[in-house]
Design a protein around this ligand. Sequence first.
Ligand code: NAI
Ligand code: MG
Length: 489
Amino acid sequence: MTEAIETPATTWEYAPAPESTDIVRLEDRYGLFIGGEFVEPKSGRYFTTIAPATEEPLAEVAEADADDVAIAVDAAREASEPWRAIPGSERAKFVFRIARQLQERAREFAVLESMNGGKPIKESRDVDLPLAAAHFFYYAGWADKLEYAFPGRTPRPLGVAGQIIPWNFPMLMAAWKLAPALATGNTVVLKPAETTPLTALLLAEVIREAELPPGVVNIVTGAGATGAALVDADVDKIAFTGSTEVGKAIRRATAGSGKRLTLELGGKAANIVFEDAPLDQAVEGVVNGIFFNQGHVCCAGSRLLVQEPVFDVLLAKLKDRLQTLRVGDPLDKNTDIGAINSRAQLEKISELVDSGVAEGAEIYQPECALPERGFWFRPTLFTGVSQSHRIAREEIFGPVLSILTFRTPEEAVEKANNTPYGLSAGIWSEKGSRILWMADRLRAGVVWANTFNRFDPTSPFGGYKESGFGREGGLHGLEPYLELDGGAR
Ligand code: NAI
Ligand code: MG
């Protein structure tokens, strides 16, 4: 062979690395999961669920009306007495079974999660599914130890819990809701979000295989009206994750009803970088904080606060890093940013980004080709942002970062807390004493230090102010599902 050796190109491209969808078997049409069976909705109505990356229809899904919801709640009510009578050690076995099944079928779940929700497969594979399984494992371990969790008290299940979850982490949110409810002896009616019902319906299959008694878990699909019907139904508790707007409506609807309520709502987290921070590490944390899951994250680090001396260098590093983010096919293993979950969410993001430009902030977006069909948004930075701009105050829930600066730690605290939300915050600094000083003063349920978006089933998660109330995860996450007699409250 005498061919000349080609000069290596200075840039190179990734070859496509799509995950196969063969492992997923979809039905044409899904009923409601009530009393351990898939049943036709009395409403007679179905809606189409799509892949946001292609806008292709995936399946028809039942739309439950108030009668359907009432039937599901009746099934949960009927299952309640026998389920709470089962010893905790036996109840644990069912929950452990769900956890193991999720691990065994993790790939199938992850692929379906990315198909229906648009999130990158590397996230559904490495984050959503492992954490969902971990959550079931963790709470299974509590089922026979509730007396030890609350010494001197008599923990008893509430009865029937209505659980309404969003579309950003469909499986993980289902796990956060179901695992503690089941471990504490409650029965459940779960309503997945209208854009991402498919993994919850696959979970129904797992629940059946785990041989949970019929009616212990019921799954009703539909949109806001179905959720509202569940709030109004004869349930003992509502657990909701979603928008602050709907959270407020649910609080009004449940006031005076005696129904217990936990709300996990929006956020506008500050990610605070001090001049002594390890900057390359901070850049990774900032990128993960806002671009993970397309920024569809309630605890996303959507407000970056940078100490003035390092602003220029941090911004340059961030812009460089954004050039390397790969936007596109969620099923490609190299994709960093997948599809926006729905057209409605894309419109919301676009509208807020336009307001940022109109209000005078400076926008930066890397050059990158976007697929023709589907819902996409380029990773976006805003500089020159002031506290009064909508992009500094409102939750965008997309891949959009607003950057502000500060001079002193006091100013950082003030700016960070200047929001109606209080779900999470991040601090980047080499100084332990400064991290602790800041963490004491930040009004946020979770404060990460030199990392961001870390989750663990053992640690409680939840908000202050308009980010909601009640905690999920950890020992704290048991309490909202229990009546606790005796002892001091
Ligand atoms: P949403 O709050 O309307 O939807 C979340 C869940 O609540 C879904 O299952 C939905 O069907 C249900 N729902 C809607 N209206 C209801 C009602 N009146 N009563 C009972 N349930 C109801 O959120 P949406 O409209 O999808 O997103 C709007 C914004 O909310 C996003 O842009 C984002 O800012 C925020 N959001 C925050 C989430 C979080 O994790 N904290 C999750 C989803 C959205
Ligand atoms: Mg809504």
